[in-house]
Design a protein around this ligand. Sequence first.
Ligand code: CP
Ligand code: NVA
Length: 301
Amino acid sequence: MKRDFLTVSDLSAYEIARLLKRAIAFKSGKYAHACPLIGKSIGLIFEKASTRTRVSFEVGIYQLGAKSIYLTPKEIQIGRGETVHDTAKVLSRYLDAIVMRTFSHDTVTAFASHASIPVINGLSDLHHPCQALGDLMTITEKKGRLNNVRLAYVGDGNNVANSLIEAASIMGIKLSLACPKGYEPHAEILDRARILSKHDIMIVRDPKEAVSGADAVYTDVWVSMGQEKELSKRKQSFRKYQLNRKLLSHAHAQAIVLHCLPAHRGEEITDEVIDGTQSVVFDQAENRLHTQKALLEFLLT
Ligand code: CP
Ligand code: NVA
C-alpha cells in the first residue's frame, strides 16, 4: 500500500522521530555513498515558484541514485485541460513518486487519490509539511530535543503555521502563535491538533505574549504566493507583528530564530534579526535536503 505525505499528520510520532534520526545521519555524511533509490524516477510538478523545495528535492533525489523530472503545468497537458485524475493515473505508470506544489490543497489530495505512487506535498495553500520536517530537525539540532521546547510563531496563520501546529502537536512542542484577528491558522487543523497535543496550542494577539520566554521564535511572510492582490491590506494588518530585536529580547536569551525563507526583509523580520547570532535560517534551509532524503527513502523503500 503506497503512503503519501500531504500533511505532517500522515506520519506518526515514531515515524517522524525515525526519519529525523535518519536525516541527521545523512547530514553527518555517513551514508554519502548509499544509493537506495537507484533506477527510480521522481516527478516534480510545481504550479508556483520555488528555490529551496525544488533544488533540495532535485539534489536529494540525485544523491539517492534516482532521477528527477521537473514539470510545470504549462509544459504538460494539464495546462491544456487534461484532468488531474488522468494525469495522476498516467504519470503513475512511468514514475515512482511525485512531489507537487499547488495553489489549492484539493489539487494535491485529488492527485494523490488517483495516483498509485506516493505523492509528496511540496507546499499548498493549506500545508507545507516538508518545511515542518526541516524545522523539526533544526530545533532538534539546536535544542537537543523537541519535547517541551517552547516555540513561538509570529505573523500569518498560513500554510507554514498550519504544518507547524501539526508537527508541534505530534512531537510535544509547546507552541504559541501570535496572529492578528482574521489571520488565525485553519480552524479544523487547529482543533484536531489540540485534541492530539499534550500541551495547549495558544493563539494570542500580542506577539510579546507568544515570544515571552520562548526557546525558538519563528516567522514567515505576510503575503504568501497567490495572495499578492492583498498586499497593502496585509502589510497594514501585520505591521505590529514584525520580528525585530525588541520583540526577540522577550524570548529566552539562547532562543533561536527560524524562518522558512524566502524572507521579506524589513517586513516580517529585520536584517539585524535574520542576520543576527540567534538566527539559524540557513541551517534550517539546508535541513530541507536531509529530511527530504530521509522522507523519500522512507516512502520508496
Ligand atoms: N521554504 C520554501 O519552501 O522555500 P521555496 O519556496 O524556495 O521552495
Ligand atoms: N507561506 C509562504 C511560504 C513560502 C515557502 C508561501 O506560501 O508563499
